[in-house]
Design a protein around this ligand. Sequence first.
Ligand code: CP
Length: 340
Amino acid sequence: MNEPGAPEGGTRQAAAEARDRATAGDLDLGKDLTGLRDLTRAQVEGILDTAEPFKAISRRKVKKVPALRGRTIVNLFFEASTRTRISFEFAEKRLSADTVNVSSSGSSVQKGETLVDTARNLEAMNIDMVVMRHGSSGAAQFLAERIPSNVINAGDGRHEHPTQALLDLLTLRDRFGRIEGLKIAIVGDILHSRVARSNIWGLLACGAEVAVCGPRTLIPAGIDELGATVLNRVEEAIEWADALNVLRLQLERMDGGYVPSLEEYNRCFGVTLERLRRAPETVAVLHPGPMNRGVEIDSDVADGPRSVILPQVTNGVAIRMAVLYLLAGGRPATAASAVA
Ligand code: CP
């Protein structure tokens, strides 16, 4: 595929392509981004590096570059979303792609049409990419194997949420200047969390140490086999970590009593100012959202100086631009010229 938005010829372009050829084998993401589990460190860092120049677009008065002009992208959101859906849409529009949004309500999915039939009908209208959020684990991979368009997983069941983890990694790299050697504690409902899985794989790939912390009922069996340490007390996690990634209780995915009550959860595992007072001021707090204030995180932490929750959201647009650009055939080395 041609370099998206690239000028014809030119020494700058040629030099960038030459530089890129040396590492292209390591960085090529392939057709789809369905998860971080199988990505190499070079691929993860390549996405983060590609996002860097894209950050500037959203700060400009005219927030648009022609990098994906002429590409058609369908956003298929079969589950509720605020940040991911809007962030992908901003990323697509700022790269000048043509976008269409489809949700289950109001589409023929409500009449029983299958996922593959929906996608094949969209493909019959000559689309290039599908961004999909779905309640079933594995749905993105299932679709990716059945349609020629690029598929990007915007969260599938309890499985993966790769662009969320990538924006978390970018935010950590912004804050600490590195990911290698950082100690990251993921605190909360790990059992139902696609964000936790993608973060564990992405962080470990980049050389961070990862711990998970939550009630035993919300820690999946075998999580240590992924390379994460299990910490039983939130105080222990706070003492150990350079950054806490706080996850909400996913009540909509729970089919039983995993915690006695939300008040009890906050009392035992809530990330509160009182608990954080004992930690160094450098400890950062992330949360993928949506937050349940007063349950997994207190407002004075979410809105306090340690919080990087809104910078995470800002970085989400740049990360999604980077993923779209790379899957469309762009290269990390040419991202800077694509935004110029
Ligand atoms: N973090 C995240 O996926 O948020 P949304 O559900 O609002 O997209």
